[in-house]
Design a protein around this ligand. Sequence first.
Ligand SMILES: *Cc1c(COP(=O)(O)O)cnc(C)c1O
Length: 422
Amino acid sequence: MKIETQVLHEGYSPKNGEPRVMPIYQSTTYVYNSTDAVADVFDDPTLGMIYSRFENPTTDAVEKKIAALEGGAAAMCTSSGQAASMLSILNICDAGDHFISSSSIYGGTVNLFAFTFKKMGIECTFIDVDASEEEIKAAIKPNTKCIFGETIANPALTVLDIEKWASAAHSAGIPLIVDNTFATPVLCRPIEWGADIVVHSTSKYMDGHAVQVGGVIVDSGKFDWKASGRFPGLTEPDESYHGIVYTEKYPAAPYIIKARMQLMRDFGCYPAANSSFLLNLGLETLAVRMPKYCENGLAVAKFIESTGKVTSIRYAGLESDPYHALAEKYLPNGVCGVISFSVKGGRKTAVKFMDALKLASNEVHVADIRTCVLNPASATHRQLTEEQLIAAGIDPGMIRFSVGLENVNDIIEDLKQAFSVI
Ligand SMILES: *Cc1c(COP(=O)(O)O)cnc(C)c1O
């Protein structure tokens, strides 16, 4: 099936007389006929549902759908994008381990990697998104367990050269994890370019309507954990789960089974069934919405560039953008609706400009169906130091403009009147 069909039909096929739409299974638990039947699902959790702290039929259908959209083997939803990023790393990094990340990633993820993981004994080395393959390889140590990057970085809007980062990772027998939030599988499927694990904040385009915070981790099922030799957590018996060897018992997607039966069981950051139902509604129109975001985004980016009132603009769909060539390779159908730019006059003028906008709302969100705007340095990236802001490609006066699905002329009119104020 092509992606327009997959978003509607993957994950749930009602049988004779069953509901057309996947129902909300609002139940914490699942009933079995005997104690032995319960014991069987504990022995092999793929046989049935155990408890809604880590699995639920409504969420399961969404997981299957997203796995299919990304071309992965299995997926696990989480209660937020942050939880997805956190578990994607904790599933393969223990205290004393190290991993590498592109420095051009979401601010919340920088904080998680640089500070919170550090307190847990996991060290992250940040590397420039444009580093050469040799530079990336040089940062890999004996205890390095994975490499992390973002397809289209929020808010720097750099484009990750996925093949290069995957090649560096695979040369050392470690997986590449890609945060594909801004691209969505409609615009880019990182697994096809060599990524092993894909994560998302589904709160953005996937949900699409700003109604539900969520996340997901997708396992490509392609990484050879055994050959790598670096992952005893997957290739040796798990004492916390009666001695299961994940790669042996679940060769199709051992990473996701481990994440669910170990981490999700213990941490419980699983979405409620109602949340997954809403996420699914958003997913059903994802393939129709993404091209429109790209079309509106490009028109708005061209307009902003033409005003002569900005010192810089980032939108990889523009021919003048340094990431245009990478976008043509990895995102041939468009680069989403998020634009970042800096107005002449720095942060003060940026604030004046943003406050003058009428249609675009000032909110801590991005990739919404409605146009919205944010100054990352004052909001999402407020916790970063000046150096970290620069490393993440964020100028303090930068405006992140997320183009919605309104009529593009209305969005441009709003920008025009705000530009006239500064
Ligand atoms: C928003 C975002 C996150 C965090 O997701 P939440 O759902 O807000 O927890 C992670 N990565 C990217 C690229 C994001 O835009």
